[in-house]
Ligand binder design. Structure first.
Ligand code: DCM
Ligand code: DCM
Ligand code: DCM
Ligand code: ZN
Ligand code: ZN
Length: 269
């Protein structure tokens, strides 16, 4: 996701974590503000192009070598790069965040990666190989040229919620999604969102969330296949179908992030 998506998932998570998780993370991340998670949510993107952070560059996605729109699927052995993918990254940094042998700054860093990668794992094109997750596919948005990956990372969300200062806009969106989760459109299904959460198997949990997200690629990202979308204007009908899907993925990411962080803190303390 772009900044808006990541900040929003983190705000949602901060609305659902337990009091002890909030206290632990505020101490670990050295912040007493309500944006203690939101403000670290995009950190992983800020270091991926640095010399130090280069080893993390493939940690943000898994390139599913499937065949949309006929067939969507993810296979860990086939699709996770040797340099790592979002599945191994989430598993490894979850493990590090639980490791009492690591100094606090390393557990803080691990928590920042966990917060970011739970977010990215819920972006459909971060679970798809075609043209490097859509980065190589030219499309139109309000008449201008963008790549499809950027449309799903940022354009759809910005149109849905409006432009403005990222933290203010994200705050507004997260409040609306939190309300949908607690008492609105998602209230009845939210418990099913945690059905695949198995804290005994980090990779299996990440793969289940990845498969669910990848399946959206066939129906909503490439409904008529990757070739048919090239050059198309996506801010109209395509947006109308995609926006509710994207919104649910952001809500799921935030809700699952809270549950995952609760498990980490429960086990660590
Ligand atoms: N790794 C890590 N923390 C550890 C062990 C490994 O971050 N405690 C990282 C380093 C490598 C990646 O995992 O980038 C793959 O590790 P391996 O070489 O063991 O396959
Ligand atoms: N790994 C990691 N961080 C950890 C534990 C493991 O990065 N705290 C990496 C090392 C291997 C991969 O995960 O690349 C599999 O580890 P294991 O052999 O422990 O399953
Ligand atoms: N990305 C992806 N799948 C790939 C390559 C990249 O999902 N195979 C994502 C990571 C970033 C965005 O696309 O969110 C841009 O990546 P880059 O700057 O590496 O092109
Ligand atoms: Zn992206
Ligand atoms: Zn990322």
């Amino acid at each position: 996701w772009g900044g808006l998506g990541h900040i929003t998932t983190a705000y949602i998570a901060s609305n659902f974590v337990s009091n002890s998780t909030e206290a632990y993370l505020k101490q670990l991340l050295r912040s007493n503000e309500s944006d203690y998670m939101a403000k670290v949510a995009s950190w992983a993107d800020s270091i991926r192009y640095t010399k130090w952070g280069r080893f993390t560059s493939t940690f943000h996605f898994i390139d599913a070598h499937d065949n949309p729109p006929e067939s969507c699927n993810v296979d860990f052995e086939r699709d996770c790069k040797e340099t790592g993918c979002v599945i191994t990254a989430l598993a490894n940094y979850t493990e590090q965040s639980l490791d009492p042998g690591l100094p606090a700054w390393r557990r803080a860093q691990a928590a920042k990666f966990v917060i970011h990668f739970v977010g990215d794992l819920h972006q459909p094109l971060h679970n798809e190989d075609v043209s490097r997750g859509g980065n190589g596919i030219h499309v139109k948005w309000d008449g201008r040229d963008y790549n499809l990956h950027h449309v799903w990372d940022s354009s759809i969300a910005e149109k849905l919620i409006g432009r403005g200062k990222p933290y203010l806009v994200a705050q507004k969106w997260s409040a609306a999604l939190t309300e949908k989760i607690t008492g609105g459109a998602y209230a009845d299904e939210k418990e099913t969102w945690l059905a695949d959460l198995d804290f005994g198997d980090f990779e299996a949990t990440a793969m289940a969330w990845s498969r669910e997200c990848n399946s959206l690629v066939c129906g909503y990202v490439f409904p008529e296949g990757p070739k048919a979308i090239v050059g198309q204007e996506l801010s109209g009908e395509y947006y109308e179908r995609a926006a509710p899907i994207l919104e649910k993925q952001v809500a799921r990411a935030g809700y699952r992030m809270a549950a995952w962080l609760d498990r980490i803190v429960d086990e660590y303390k």
